[in-house]
Design a protein around this ligand. Structure first.
Ligand SMILES: [Zn+2]
Length: 249
């Protein structure tokens, strides 16, 4: 008779978002292959490894390369849900020093919102998955996507599956997940090109302004990359309200 190869998984908190109904928030059995790693088994259950922060097997924390043994009891925790046990095995390289993002092609609106709040956000609507992964790796960016598949790629170290389909809720979700409240810097980055925006004296750009703008406004900002000019016009107020709404929640 072939030896049994069964482990028991229990996934915690928002990792349940990826599980089928009968596996949500309960321990369940999983029959594994010879030499299967815990990382592979977690992804086989639908959860990208980038969502996982802590794996505990029979009361000890292990890394992704741990090979499953019969009757293992495995608890899997998402980022920020780590319980207090030691020693903890770190699952990925140190957190990226500055929170920078690269967005999947379908998240154009979220890109605009993130830039509006000052976050360094790379976006192009013509990128293929391998390009996104490559740019993320080379420029130390976190991949945000609604496509779980890209996060299962072994080359991805930092990524997050955006749950919501509404772009404002997506923004709130990302801010909460990466704890970005205190890093919000409105009017810091160009929403068109991600460049840095700086205050500029009116005299220096007078020739570029329409007469109405010229007449009614005195405070101007300019993107250092694409030279787009911003001022506290009608957009300003709605943007201000938007920022305040996000900051308060
Ligand atoms: Zn710009």
């Amino acid at each position: 008779m072939a030896p049994e190869r069964i482990v028991v998984f229990r996934f915690y908190e928002e990792l349940n978002d990826f599980l089928t109904k009968e596996k949500k928030k309960v321990p369940f059995s999983y029959s594994f292959k010879i030499n299967q790693t815990v990382k592979d088994a977690i992804e086989a259950n639908g959860i990208p490894h980038t969502e996982v922060d802590l794996i505990v097997v029979n009361s000890e924390s292990v890394n992704f390369s741990y090979q499953l043994n019969n009757q293992d009891h495995i608890s899997v925790y998402p980022v920020f849900e780590s319980i207090d046990i030691s020693p903890i095995v770190k699952l990925r390289p140190d957190p990226l020093r500055e929170t920078k993002f690269i967005l999947d092609v379908h998240l154009g609106k979220l890109c605009k919102y993130l830039r509006m709040l000052g976050f360094d956000t790379y976006y192009r609507n013509d990128l293929e998955d391998p390009e996104i992964i490559d740019i993320a790796f080379k420029t130390h960016r976190i991949i945000l996507t609604r496509d779980i598949g890209i996060l299962k790629n072994g080359l991805v170290t930092h990524g997050y599956w955006v749950r919501s389909q509404d772009s404002k809720l997506q923004l709130k979700e990302v801010i909460r997940r990466f704890d970005l409240q205190k890093n919000i810097r409105p009017f810091y980055r160009c929403t068109s090109c991600n460049g840095r925006v700086r205050k500029i004296e009116k005299e220096k750009i007078e020739n570029l302004l329409e007469s109405n703008t010229m007449q009614f406004y005195n405070e101007f900002y300019q993107c250092q990359s694409c030279e787009k000019i911003y001022w506290e016009g009608s957009h300003y107020k709605s943007m201000r309200n938007f920022v305040e709404e996000i900051v308060e929640n």
